[in-house]
Write a protein that binds this ligand. Structure first.
Ligand code: FES
Length: 148
């Protein structure tokens, strides 16, 4: 199995069985993201303990890429400090949007599965929606995030 197959399997798996796909009534932070290109929406919920993301979940509807990206996000930021999660957001944003980004994809583990999305401009917003929404939740932004 080559890397492309592995990455595709990760996306398919996280779309079919999204991790942490649930509401969080006692969330400390939450934000809504909206992709006007397709009308898809998702909400990210965050629970904090001493500046560490102790729990994170999401709900909403979207394409396979957006659901897989949000699922991978929840797995990746749980247990990280807010500052660390913000750094990961910056890294993911660079990987998804900049051809010249100096990102060590191998160090990102399963998140590297989203690296191929950059080659499909129409799908970049699908993958980045949840990351912008997480950033908004951590910054207590109350307006829904739009991807454009
Ligand atoms: Fe709507 Fe991907 S098509 S988020």
């Amino acid at each position: 199995m080559d890397l492309a197959d592995l990455y595709r399997d990760v996306i398919v798996d996280h779309n079919r069985k999204p991790r942490n796909f649930r509401p969080m009534p006692d969330a400390d932070r939450q934000a809504e993201g909206f992709n006007p290109l397709c009308g898809d929406r998702l909400t990210i919920y965050v629970k904090l303990k001493d500046d560490v993301i102790s729990d994170v979940s999401f709900q909403g509807s979207g394409c396979a890429i957006s659901v897989a990206s949000a699922s991978l996000l929840t797995e990746s930021v749980k247990g990280r400090s807010v500052a660390d999660a913000e750094r990961l957001f910056e890294t993911m944003h660079a990987m998804l949007t900049r051809d010249d980004a100096d990102v060590d994809v191998a160090s990102l583990g399963k998140l590297g599965a989203l690296s191929g999305v950059r080659a499909f401009p129409a799908r970049v917003k699908c993958a980045s929606l949840c990351w912008h929404t997480l950033d908004a939740a951590l910054h207590r932004q109350t307006e829904p995030v739009r991807t454009e």
